[in-house]
Design a protein around this ligand. Structure first.
Ligand code: UN1
Length: 496
């Protein structure tokens, strides 16, 4: 029998008020149901938010190092369960097993990092202009967070949000993607087993309109963090503005790799294959555009096409698989639409872009890795996020033109340049308008100890992850405190 999930509210696994369930299926084998999960409704959201509200005063007054100890135990459990969780990631959302385990490793890294943050949460003390007076800023939590997460990093991204929110003293309700509810439930189990008090983290599964939106806009919620599509993220931003509620959004990308004639050719090729087709192109950091200097363009394209043809499609659990399926039928249709659009726009489809509709892969959502050449900057396939194994190759005549092309979309998450010219790398670092810049590396693979976030329509400017300007800034508010112990009325800025 198919296992059935429940919501997790106030430390209890409980059935949804609606009595309705959806199915999470293996994208490599659509006939395999991984789990049934609640299609919850507003009443479940209300309960979960109420539980988070109630748990908040106690959780925020627990000293941050103590909160960190609980998160540390959760990190240890994640580490102990890495293999099983990695397999589940692959079964539930399709990425190849080394990447499924990598997803969990990214979660482990961040979990330890945030556990340690319990003993930092650094703020500032500065001198006052008056004698016998303290001047400092301290970090305080916001309250209850709505955390809405995608399926493409079904363990890592929930951990990014949950661990950062919790270490700062907030409580939360997590609404995971309906394509990866079991991964989220396994994470919640781990936090419960680590000793997280009831109500501090609650899980409610279901659709965006029925759960995500009422949760984000709930009157008792104090902040929102969302990772997902631009359409949903931008709508949430507008609604959050009306409520005057802090919101962090991480949305789409149209990331590009710029390849100069002096680049390490083989390395650049590997970078394109990894960034373009890793996770079947389903990362917001995926390299969906490759801008190659005309001097090496034709040779590069020939080798890229040959290498893409050799990539083996298959179930991500099988060791020989290079590229797994895309997430679901809707995604498959959208990607195939873009393949058609690219051809209608006059780009040349040099390989792939076809669904595997016969043999053992016909039961899954498999598309052969696609390479388009002859792409020009204004084509839709060079401007819009496809979120699939499709690489659009453009040619440029100079570094300047290449940078203009990289920057010439509404997005600004990640970019990369391959060159051996150190001066050019310094210019690229300045001129590329993206939140992440890679030099002689692909557009994917950010590490958790630095901020992760996009410019322009890719994000709200509140990055996730670590570093001095990372997630902690979003999950805390600053309170500035002056303490005058002079016993006199000291008037700032007033001449005596
Ligand atoms: C995402 O695609 O939403 O930098 C996150 C990377 C990963 C995170 C990707 N560490 O590709």
């Amino acid at each position: 029998m198919t296992p059935r999930l429940k919501n997790f509210i106030n430390g209890q696994w409980i059935e949804p008020s609606t009595g309705r369930y959806g199915e999470s299926r293996n994208p490599a084998r659509n006939s395999e149901i991984i789990v049934e999960f609640p299609l919850s409704g507003r009443e479940d959201v209300d309960r979960a938010v109420a539980a988070a509200r109630e748990a908040y005063p106690k959780w925020r007054s627990l000293p941050a190092p103590r909160r960190g100890e609980i998160l540390f135990r959760a990190a240890e459990l994640l580490r102990a369960r890495k293999e099983a969780l990695g397999q589940l990631v692959t079964r539930e959302m399709g990425k190849v097993l080394p990447e499924g385990k990598g997803d969990v490793q990214e979660a482990i890294d961040f979990a330890y990092y945030m556990a340690g943050e319990g003993r930092r949460l650094v703020s500032e003390v500065v001198p006052s202009e008056s004698p016998d007076k303290d001047a400092k800023s301290i970090r305080v939590p916001h309250g209850v967070f709505a955390l809405i997460t995608p399926w493409n990093f079904p363990v890592a991204i929930p951990v990014w949000k949950v661990f950062a929110a919790l270490i700062c003293g907030n409580t939360a309700v997590l609404k995971p993607s309906s394509d990866s509810p079991l991964c989220a439930a396994r994470l919640v189990e781990i936090l419960a087993a680590a000793g997280l008090p009831p109500g501090v983290l609650n899980l409610v599964t279901g659709s965006g309109p029925e759960v995500g939106e009422p949760l984000a806009l709930h009157p008792q919620v104090d902040g929102i963090s969302f990772t997902g599509s631009s359409a949903v993220g931008e709508a949430l931003e507008r609604q959050a503005a009306a409520l005057h509620r802090p919101i962090a959004v991480e949305m789409g990308g149209k990331n590009a790799i710029l390849i100069m004639p002096d680049a390490d050719f083989k390395l650049a090729l590997e970078g394109v294959l990894w960034g373009g087709f890793g996770t079947a192109g389903q990362r917001c950091t995926a390299a969906s555009r490759v801008i190659v200097h005309r001097e090496i363009h034709d040779r590069f394209v020939d080798e890229l096409v040959a290498a893409a043809r050799k990539m083996r499609l298959g179930d991500g659990l099988e060791a020989q698989t290079d590229v797994g399926p895309v997430i679901n039928e809707g995604a498959l249709k959208k990607i195939l639409d873009y393949i058609r659009i690219g051809q209608e726009e006059g780009a040349q489809l040099r390989t792939g872009g076809v669904r595997k509709s016969d043999g053992p892969l016909a039961d899954g959502w498999f598309i052969e890795p696609a390479v388009f050449t002859g792409v020009t900057p204004q084509m839709r396939i060079a401007q819009e996020e496809i979120f699939g194994p499709v690489v659009a190759v453009l040619a440029c005549d100079s570094f300047e033109e290449g940078v203009r092309m990289v920057n010439g979309t509404r997005y600004g998450l990640s970019s990369a340049i391959f060159t051996r010219d150190v001066n050019l790398t310094a210019r690229a670092e300045k001129e590329l308008e993206t939140g992440l810049v890679y030099i002689n590396a692909s557009t994917i693979g950010a590490e958790i100890q630095l901020p992760f976030g996009g410019y322009k329509h890719s994000g709200s400017g509140h990055p996730e992850c670590g570093g001095r300007m990372g997630a902690i800034d979003f999950y805390t508010r600053i309170k500035t405190v002056y303490r005058d112990y002079s016993g006199k009325l000291q008037r700032a800025q007033i001449d005596v």
